[in-house]
Design a protein around this ligand. Structure first.
Ligand code: AMP
Length: 377
């Protein structure tokens, strides 16, 4: 594996595997900073391809295309966790891959991820691996209802999950069990969901973002409120847990840490995202540096600043069904920051953009959002 003793300079090239909205916002920051950006994505003119210097149009697992990206880049990163690990390993001696492959290997698979977290001394939901119906029945007997069966790999936004309340729900799991290895998790009764972004560079410098309170609809992030409406002591604890994870996993780049604040007042780690995260989008307008800027600085081994929240903020996701309603708000909302990822096809529940609102009054802004009725569905 190539190691780096110098920083990636302005004018050098960041290669990004994946060209969705996360890659797009990474690329926008990198362009502003004076870097060149090449995207690898199978969809021509994908969101990140629209703002990058160039796009290689190829499948994510196309080894030749990853080699070409590596040859043309000074540093290689990715915008999602479903990157082909073998392909990344193969190019790691040809191009600087600061995040390495261990971080991806661990976070790609829910059992490996939860085992790592437990070994690092962090609380998670109780969990057991499940390969078939017999395992499932045993796991349910141990963990109890309610619980949730998830695919170990490849799930997102509630896809590949079944919530189980009683034996009557066991049959619903056949689909998941027929295709993939799974994990059964105990349901954590929580007061609140939150997340923390944490970044670290090759020199070991670390920086942490404020705690975001996250509200989901149908398992998809709907709203983030920052700072989270929890006691300062809990916010500090959440940030310290994210820092602990960053050290334990020897992080490079940015990591999203999703958490539950349990009814028992304890913080449970739900999931890790080895990349920028939807709940960190608020940082573009509300912080001195965005999560994308910190990711780019970290992978280019630039020094990392202390993150300041410049203004309290609410971020609302714009899914396919919200696009028309949100566009009608543009003439009416001078203070809303409208983001649109430029996706060609508008689909139900597809993340199309987001709105960021800096506010001194969360209650009034939440009402303002609700009063549009855009997010009723
Ligand atoms: P995930 O894909 O694991 O982030 O799950 C999506 C959403 O489902 C989370 O944001 C929670 O709202 C809910 N959820 C998932 N797993 C659990 C759990 N073990 N306990 C409570 N809620 C959960």
């Amino acid at each position: 594996m190539l190691t780096l003793t110098k920083i990636i300079q302005q004018g050098q090239t960041i290669g990004i595997i994946g060209g969705g909205q996360l890659g797009q916002m990474m690329a926008l920051d990198a362009k502003q900073t004076g870097m060149k950006v090449i995207i690898l994505d199978p969809t021509p003119h994908c969101p990140a391809g629209q703002v990058a210097d160039d796009q290689i149009v190829a499948e994510y697992a196309d080894v030749k295309a990853i080699e070409e990206l590596a040859r043309r880049s000074d540093v290689l990163t990715y915008e999602f966790e479903n990157v082909d690990l073998n392909a990344l390993r193969d190019v790691a001696d040809k191009v600087y891959v600061p995040q390495g492959t261990h971080l991806l290997y661990t976070t790609k698979n829910r059992i490996r991820e939860k085992t790592f977290l437990r070994n690092a001394g962090l609380k998670t939901a109780p969990f057991l691996p499940v390969k078939n119906r017999q395992d499932l029945e045993k796991a349910v007997a141990e963990i109890g209802y309610p619980c949730v069966l998830k695919t170990c790999e490849g799930g997102y936004d509630g896809h590949g999950q079944e919530i189980l309340h009683s034996d009557a729900d066991l049959a619903k799991c056949a689909g998941i069990l027929s295709t993939k290895d799974a994990i059964l998790e105990g349901w954590v009764p929580f007061k609140l969901e939150c997340s923390v972004m944490v970044g670290r560079n090759e020199n070991g410098a670390i920086t942490v973002f404020p705690v975001s309170e996250n509200i989901h609809h149908d398992e998809i992030l709907h709203i983030s409120i920052v700072p989270a409406r929890i006691a300062p002591e809990l916010q500090e604890r959440a940030k310290q847990m994210a820092i602990k994870i960053a050290y334990a996993i020897d992080l490079r780049g940015i990591l999203g840490v999703e958490m539950f604040v349990g009814n028992d007042g304890e913080i449970y780690i739900n999931e890790l995202a080895p990349r920028p995260h939807n709940s960190g989008h608020y940082s573009i307008e509300a912080c001195n540096f965005s999560q994308f800027a910190i990711h780019n600085r970290a992978v280019c081994n630039w020094p990392l600043p202390k993150i300041e929240l410049l203004h309290p903020v609410i971020m609302v996701n714009v899914l396919g069904q919200h696009v028309q309603g949100v566009r009608k708000q543009i003439p009416k909302k001078p203070n809303w920051h409208f983001h649109d990822y430029g996706k060609a096809e508008i689909r139900h529940n597809r993340k199309m953009g987001h709105v960021t609102i800096l506010t001194d009054d969360f209650t009034a802004t939440l009402k303002e959002i609700a009063d549009t009725h855009i997010w009723d569905e």
